[in-house]
Structures are given as structure tokens and as C-alpha cells.
Write a protein that binds this ligand. Structure first.
Ligand code: G6P
Length: 593
């Protein structure tokens, strides 16, 4: 993953780079670093941990005045999160920052060692710096970068400085990189949020194009030839860093769910607008995503199959991109991604487009790669999510899929009961009432937070809900948690159930209620501490710990249940003293395979 930024211009370089790093921190926060140049010498400052720790170190160097520089925030891939492995890396005349993974780094390292290079880190990035340095002799920088690219296998977005050269260089392959500009300055950045406070004008670098930045001027080269690029304008508002009085962004973002949900439901009030949700042209649908986005897909699968009668398969993008695809009938691929930058999801999209299968991106971030490249796009417009664990964006993904199932079923005439669109308009208010009862979920969190392992069980759509609930818990609280199909638990996994182990069971599907209750009893008999999440309509059975949510039509029931599980995870993590908004080892945007 990692985030990179570079700046050349009249602004205070250190400030621009630091602000950019804060905005990019969601891409990784294992370490960060900065390289500054005044045109004569280069100063590198690096720090393990958060950007604020780097900032403290930079403040000690107040008197170095730079007119250009590069910076990096790291999610460790090659080599552990220590100072040696932090970027920027400097070898010979080259200093650079990198986002991506070089697949032939070991081979290149050996080759470069034979040429006399020595390495101080375990990173593939240091190998790139050495490789470029080795190409500089007798060549200008652009030719050297082109020669370097011919030898690199893998993905990279690079910000490069070369000793005694006043230019900044940027190049990319498979990892995102854009160039922003204003009258007296140019930027390179992994995404627009890093620079939006300075400019909304940018160009996108395509594969293997090289940008040269110098104060307010930039040129782009392809195969050593100067090329013209289309200037784009972003209407991103950037990140609003305020927590609005909440202790964490995760809690703030959960509490925003009713508002963003209402906006989304209002968007499709007009029948004309609903056309973009209609899937009735398709006979098969593949839903592809990672993490929560994939789990939203499972909710979609359940509803679209049940009500619209279209076969739906859900895949993790990292598996989908390499599997053999068999398309028999008219197929749509729905790519779900909050960030729109997840490397595997992008790869799946590009592959589908290449073979001519229809694609539809369901994305939150409007300036993202999927939002730009996908043939058809529906934006969730949940607003910026800062907490690494997604909450409101997931709810809107589910809402779009639910509306797709509804609109398609109506258009195909497969809906066996009457629902008017107005019924959906009530859901945000009901959701508000669910969120208002957070003290109930907190009380349950108080009883389970010290456990080290738990299960979430359910059947049908309730199992899909469990997958997201369980992921949320492990992401933010580090409790080992598994989601299981309630009926499948006894085929082996029940051997792990111990006295006092929390087993949370979701029951919203009337037809499967009794079956799930039986499974609950099976684990209770083995000492599990059971927690039930169900609806008022189904709540006629006993149980020690129970959360009951209002009833809505089955298209939207998930939207009243998952927020309960989000809050439960939040309070468990709070009790355990976890770093809720930036859980260890995670990053919000996963831009490597
Ligand atoms: C990472 C995040 C998850 C997220 C997944 C997919 O793993 O930590 O919270 O669900 O990526 O991200 P996307 O931006 O594609 O929805």
C-alpha cells in the first residue's frame, strides 16, 4: 500500500509534505519519512510509527529550508516496520519513495551486489534506488528511468530525486500516481486527498509515463518523447479532520449512517433514476470485492437471487482475477470497493473489460481508479471515511444492492408481495432508533471484551451479516472471531466451543429461525455464552443476552442489524484499549496484491 507525495514550489515544502502524509496515512502507518532538498544537499528524516512521530523529528530540524522534496507513509511489505526499512531510500545519487511491490527484487539485488552496491534495508525500494543509480552513468535521468523500468517486474509508483538535479521525477506502473499543479508549484501524490487543500487540478500518469516537476512547471514523457496530458478537475472536498465531538472516527462514521442512507434512498425516489439499478438484462452476475466490500456482495447475492431470480456468485477479487472464468450467459460483473483503489479489484475490472464483459463499479471515492475506468459506475457517496474499518460505506453498498434487487424484481415481475418505494424512506429513521440504543450494545460488550475467541453464526442472509460482524470485531478488537453457517458449525468447528465462549447468532429470516435456534442450543449445551440479534417480530424465544431491532421489509433488514454489530465491535475494542481508527497491521486502501 503506502502513500507517497512530492512537492516542488514556493510553498513551505515541509508543511506541504507533512499535510500530505497526514491525508495519506490511511494507506499505511508503520513508518513514515521525508527527503528535503535545497538544491545542494538532501536531508532525510524517517520515523517508525505514526506521522505525528515524524513531525516531532522534523520540528527539530526547523532551520533546513527546502524548495522540493518527497515523502512516504509505509505499510510494510518487504521487510519489517523498522527505521532501516522506512522510506525514503537513498543509494548513490538517487533518493526515492515507492508504493508497490517489485517482484524480481531478490534477483536484482544479487545482480547489483555483484556490481558493488551494498544494501542497508530488506526493502525492494532500496533495490530500485540502486538500479536507477546504476543507470545514471552516461545517461540523462529520463533515459535512466526508462532503462530501469525495463528491468523491473511488479508494481510501482515512485517519487524520485537525483543529487544536484533541481527536478522531481515521478513514474508509475500499476500503482496509482497523479500530478497536481498550481501557478508556482507542482505536486506528485498517490491520490488527490493529499493535495486537495492546495489544488484541484491534476493529470493522471499512465503506465510508464515519466513526469518531471520543477516549481510551477511539469512535463510528461513517454518513451523519452514529450506528450500532452488531459487536465482533470477534482470536486473532492478532501478530508474533514474533525471528529464532531466523537472520541473516534469509527463512532462518528457509524452515527452518520442514517444521514447518508437517507441521501442514497432519496436519490432513487424517481422511477426514472431507478433505471440505473435495473439488472433484468442479465442472466448471471459475478460480484467481486475484498473484505467488507465482498461481504456486502453476499447480502446482494442473497437478495438478488431470492427476489430477482438471477444467479449471483460472489468472489474475493484476489481469487477472481486468477481463476478460470466460465461465462455461459449474459453476465454482469459488479465490482465493489469503498476506495476504488484496491489492486485486486482493479485488476479484475480491467480483465473483464478486456474480454468485453459488462462491468459496473460500486464505489465510494469519486476520483478513484475504478470510478474513472469502469464502464458503468454507481457512487455510494458516503463521504470520506477516515476510520480504517469501514462502516457507513458498507451500509451504502448494501443499500444499493438491496435497491437493485428490489427494482429488478419489480421490473421482472418476480416480486411476490407489494412494496412501495416509500417504505424504504422510513429506514433511516429506524436506523437512528437502533443507534440510539448503543448503551445496550455497550453493556454486552462489557461482558465479552476480555474473551479471546468467538463465533458469529447465522443462516442464509443472516450468515452474510455474520461475516461482516465478525470481520469488524477482529479488525478493531483483535479478538479471534469466525463467522460460520449455523448448521455447519457442528461439522468439526464446534470442537472449539468452550465454557464462556461468546457465540453471537443473527436471526432475521423467519423461515430459518427455528433451525438457527436449535444450533444456538447446541452451543449453549457446550457452555457457550450466547448473544442473539433478532427482530421484534421474531422475538418470542428466551435467551440471556439479546438485541432486538425494528422490523423492515427483507430488502433492508440487514441495514438495521449490521450497525448493531459495528457498535458492538467498537465498544469491545474501546474496552480493550485498542487503537480503533488505525488497527494494527491494517490499511484502508490496499493497493498491492
Ligand atoms: C482493506 C480494508 C477493509 C476493506 C478492504 C476493501 O482490507 O482494511 O476494511 O473492506 O480493504 O477495500 P475497498 O476500498 O476495496 O472497499
Amino acid at each position: 500500500m503506502c502513500g507517497i507525495i512530492g512537492y516542488s514550489g514556493n510553498r513551505e515544502t515541509k508543511e506541504v509534505l507533512l499535510n500530505g502524509l497526514y491525508a495519506l496515512e490511511y494507506r499505511g502507518y508503520d513508518s513514515s519519512g521525508i527527503a528535503l532538498s535545497d538544491g545542494v544537499s538532501t536531508k532525510i528524516i524517517r520515523s517508525v510509527g505514526r506521522v505525528c512521530q515524524l513531525e516531532d523529528k522534523i520540528r527539530d530540524e526547523e532551520n533546513f529550508s527546502a524548495n522540493y522534496g518527497i515523502a512516504h507513509t509505509r505499510w510494510a511489505t518487504n521487510g519489517e516496520a523498522n527505521l532501516f526499512n522506512s522510506h525514503p531510500h537513498q543509494v548513490g545519487h538517487v533518493t526515492l519513495v515507492h508504493n508497490g511491490i517489485i517482484e524480481n527484487a531478490d534477483f536484482l539485488r544479487q545482480k547489483l551486489i555483484r556490481k558493488g552496491y551494498m544494501f542497508n534495508s530488506d526493502t525492494d525500494t532500496e533495490v530500485i534506488a540502486a538500479l536507477l543509480d546504476s543507470k545514471l552513468e552516461g545517461n540523462n535521468v529520463i533515459s535512466a528511468i526508462n532503462m530501469m523500468m525495463k528491468e523491473l517486474t511488479g508494481s510501482y509508483a515512485l517519487g524520485i530525486m537525483v543529487e544536484h538535479d533541481p527536478n522531481l521525477y515521478a513514474v508509475r506502473k500499476d500503482s496509482p500516481l497523479l500530478i497536481g499543479f498550481e501557478d508556482d508549484g507542482c505536486f506528485l501524490a498517490s491520490d488527490i486527498t493529499a493535495i486537495i487543500q492546495y489544488t484541484n487540478q491534476y493529470i493522471l500518469l499512465d503506465h510508464c509515463e515519466i513526469a518531471v516537476l520543477n516549481q510551477g512547471n511539469y512535463q510528461v514523457y513517454k518513451n523519452c518523447k514529450l506528450i500532452e496530458k488531459e487536465v482533470l478537475m477534482s470536486d473532492s472536498k478532501g478530508i474533514d479532520p474533525s471528529k464532531c465531538g466523537y472520541e473516534h472516527y469509527m463512532l462518528k462514521e457509524i452515527m452518520e449512517e442514517p444521514i447518508v442512507l437517507k441521501q442514497l434512498i432519496d436519490r432513487y425516489k424517481e422511477e426514472d433514476r431507478q433505471k440505473e439499478l435495473d439488472l433484468s438484462n442479465y442472466q448471471e452476475i459475478d460480484i467481486v470485492g475484498c473484505g467488507s466490500a465482498m461481504y456486502a456482495g453476499f447480502i446482494g447475492q442473497s437478495l438478488i437471487e431470492e427476489y430477482a431470480g438471477i444467479k449471483v456468485q460472489v468472489y474475493s477479487a484476489s481469487e477472481y482475477r486468477y481463476k478460470r472464468k466460465i461465462y455461459h450467459r449474459k453476465t454482469l460483473i459488479i465490482l465493489i470497493s469503498q476506495s476504488g483503489e484496491t489492486a485486486d479489484t482493479i485488476a479484475a475490472m480491467r480483465e473483464a473489460e478486456k474480454i468485453g464483459i459488462d462491468t459496473l463499479g460500486l464505489v465510494n471515492y469519486p476520483d478513484s481508479t475504478i470510478a474513472r475506468e469502469c464502464r458503468r459506475v454507481i457512487l455510494t457517496n458516503a463521504g470520506v471515511e477516515i476510520a480504517v474499518a469501514t462502516t457507513k460505506a458498507y451500509i451504502l453498498q448494501v443499500c444499493v444492492l438491496s435497491l437493485m434487487a428490489y427494482v429488478t424484481a419489480k421490473n421482472k415481475g418476480t416480486l411476490k408481495f407489494d412494496i412501495e418505494y416509500e417504505e424504504f424512506e422510513n429506514v433511516p429513521i429506524l436506523l437512528e432508533s437502533v443507534l440510539e440504543r448503543s448503551y445496550e450494545y455497550q453493556a454486552i460488550a462489557n461482558q465479552i471484551y476480555s474473551k479471546e475467541s468467538c463465533f458469529y453464526i447465522g443462516r442464509g442472509i443472516d450468515y452474510a451479516i455474520c461475516m461482516e460482524g465478525s470481520l469488524k470485531l477482529k479488525e478493531v478488537s483483535y479478538i479471534h472471531s469466525e463467522a460460520y453457517q449455523a448448521g455447519e458449525l457442528k461439522h468439526g468447528t464446534i470442537s472449539l466451543v468452550e465454557e464462556g465462549m461468546p457465540v453471537l447468532c443473527v436471526i432475521t429470516d423467519k423461515r430459518l429461525k427455528e433451525k438457527s435456534i436449535s444450533n444456538l442450543k447446541e452451543v449453549e449445551a457446550r457452555g457457550a455464552k450466547t448473544i442473539v440479534v433478532t427482530t421484534f417480530e421474531l422475538d418470542d424465544f428466551g435467551g440471556e443476552l439479546k438485541i432486538v431491532v425494528p422490523v423492515v421489509n427483507s430488502f433492508m433488514q440487514t441495514i438495521l442489524v449490521v450497525p448493531v454489530l459495528q457498535l458492538l465491535s467498537y465498544y469491545v475494542a474501546l474496552n480493550r484499549g485498542c487503537d480503533i481508527d488505525k488497527p494494527k497491521n491494517l490499511a484502508k486502501s490496499v493497493t498491492v496484491e
